[in-house]
Design a protein around this ligand. Structure first.
Ligand SMILES: Cc1cc2nc3c(=O)[nH]c(=O)nc-3n(C[C@H](O)[C@H](O)[C@H](O)COP(=O)(O)OP(=O)(O)OC[C@H]3O[C@@H](n4cnc5c(N)ncnc54)[C@H](O)[C@@H]3O)c2cc1C
Length: 493
């Protein structure tokens, strides 16, 4: 089958939908080839995007400006990323939230993904950038961003964007160095050739491709990393772009920390996200535990420990305290009543032999069961309890209100691993989202957006400006949609 459009967008995930809608709003005819039988990709798992300067922020009196966010981002990345792309993204991001609202997306408000305790505020406090999507029903939580995807899909359809479901793109067609179309295959195996004036790649990275993860990041899926492997994110767009001559950038993991099969052990995962005692395999503390609300910092810290694991330990006294007063650190993602559910879930997982968890009556028994160096753990506990008695953590200066002695009643332990939302980067782009060759030449008519091309974080996700991946996906999509339309209409002139 042969089709033709002004613009072909490869994939109807978050960035692809943003690109398709923008291109259609600017007068282009658009076909989207989507591998899955639905739109939204990984964005269906999440809660909401970053925006700076949105109407909601103004209503909530959030004073952060795009310029301040830009400076913060560039300081965080040591200016080792494309400043112009970062600048254009942040300056567009507030208006993008308004644009979403105008198409019917509702937000419950804007919040930090986490707030740091007083002592560490200057180094790690989150900004009020995370626009959490109002779900169609119930309270906001994981997957509430599905409501945003639904509104965007409706808007695309209303604008005449043709979405071909279950139609994975296989190849970018290039003639005389210019992208001129896409080869795709429909669900019956029939090849579809779509010719066009410009192609926008938006396939969501390679988080579900363990071989690519191993080759490009060194992590072993299910061994040294337990990332979300959202089905379909197999690196197709990255591979197709490289085959079409695109330059390569590093592919990194969007790190955080996670427990194996976390969505089926969500109460357990949430319950241990507290500033209790955290040690590595050697039985040594490795982070001021008041930082564990910053899931990226914690994932980064675990990634440099022996065997890339850590152990969170609390005792019965702490559990009773959290049951009565709520957690010291409140997760916006895990269930709010998790300590009410904890004992039941714990007994169930323990009986089922869920390997990352164990309980013990002594630290000797705990070390044995968890695989932590016993002598070192005992020394750490002794030192830690002495510091608690003095009310001062002279090792890491953890916030003193969290310095509670450990060892009162049963001990609970959960092994923590490096996790990730997915991958970042792979395709080299400029601030217009045009795809570049390794020697920085533009491949005319070829654009890449979203996580396939997200090369603006350097070595670590900037969790302090939360909602950042969705923010980048939406805004890079919009930037590509605008530029691709300018490109095709300039060619026609
Ligand atoms: C559990 C979880 C929670 C998250 N929460 C947040 C959050 O609250 N805020 C935030 O900012 N970020 C969050 N993220 C990250 C965010 O969801 C992703 O970064 C974002 O959705 C990526 O957008 P994308 O457009 O690059 O890819 P996706 O939205 O994943 O879309 C990729 C699309 O490509 C399609 N595709 C793949 N290969 C092909 C092919 N060959 N042909 C055609 N189509 C193809 C897929 O089917 C999919 O539809 C979360 C991620 C996870 C996993």
């Amino acid at each position: 089958m042969k089709l033709d459009a002004d613009i072909v967008v490869v994939a109807a995930g978050l960035s692809g939908l943003a690109a398709a809608i923008t291109a259609a709003e600017n007068g282009a005819s658009v076909i989207v080839a989507e591998k899955a039988n639905t739109t939204g990709g990984a964005a269906n798992m999440g809660m909401g995007p970053l925006g700076i300067g949105s109407r909601i922020q103004k209503e909530q009196m959030v004073t952060l400006t795009p310029g301040e966010a830009f400076r913060r981002h560039m300081h965080f990345t040591h200016y080792r990323v494309d400043a112009r792309l970062v600048r254009d993204y942040y300056f567009k991001s507030g208006e993008t939230i308004d644009w979403l609202m105008d198409m019917g997306v509702q937000f419950v408000g804007v919040q930090r993904a986490f707030a740091a305790p007083e002592l560490t505020r200057a180094y790690s406090d989150g900004e009020f950038t995370w626009h959490v999507v109002k779900p169609e029903a119930g309270r906001p939580g994981p997957r509430c961003a599905t409501a945003m995807i639904k509104a965007m899909t409706d808007r695309a359809t209303e604008l005449g964007v043709q979405i071909l479901y279950e139609t994975p793109a296989k190849k970018i067609l290039v003639e005389d160095g210019e992208a001129v179309g896409v080869l795709a295959v429909d669900k019956n195996g029939e090849e579809i050739e779509i010719t066009c004036g410009a192609v926008i790649i938006a396939t969501g990275g390679c988080g579900a491709n363990p071989e690519m993860i191993r080759e490009h990041t060194g992590y072993e899926y299910g061994k040294t990393i337990y990332n979300f492997a959202v089905p379909g994110m197999t690196g197709d767009g990255i591979r197709m772009a490289w085959e079409a001559g695109a330059g390569k950038t590093d592919i990194t993991m969007e790190l955080m920390y996670q427990i194996p099969d976390n969505m089926n052990h969500f109460v357990i995962e949430g319950a241990f996200r507290q500033p209790c005692l955290w040690v590595n395999k050697n039985g040594e503390r490795f982070i001021p535990e008041d930082q564990i609300a910053n899931t990226t910092f914690t994932g980064n810290a675990i990634s440099v420990q022996p065997d890339k694991v850590a152990f969170a330990i609390f005792d019965d006294a702490m559990l009773q305290h959290w049951k009565k007063h709520g957690g010291d650190i409140i997760s916006h993602v895990h269930p709010p009543d998790l300590y009410e559910q904890f004992e039941q879930e714990w007994a169930k997982d323990l009986a089922a032999g869920y390997d990352p968890i164990c309980e013990a009556n002594t630290f000797e028994e705990l070390a044995e069961k968890a695989g932590i160096d016993k002598e070192s753990l005992l020394a750490t506990v002794k030192e830690y309890n002495e510091m608690c008695a003095k009310g001062h953590d002279y090792l890491f200066e953890k916030e003193h209100r969290y310095m509670r002695p450990i060892g009162n009643g049963k001990l609970y332990c959960c092994r923590q691993h490096v996790g990730a939302y997915g991958t970042l980067g792979g395709i080299k782009i400029n601030y217009k989202t045009e795809v570049l060759t390794d020697d920085n030449k533009v491949i005319p008519g070829l654009y890449a957006v979203g996580t396939d091309a997200c090369n603006i974080y350097g070595v670590s996700y900037p969790f302090i400006l939360s909602g950042n991946t969705m923010g980048f996906c939406l805004n890079s999509g919009r930037i590509a949609g605008e530029n691709a339309v300018k490109f095709i209409f300039a060619e026609e002139d």
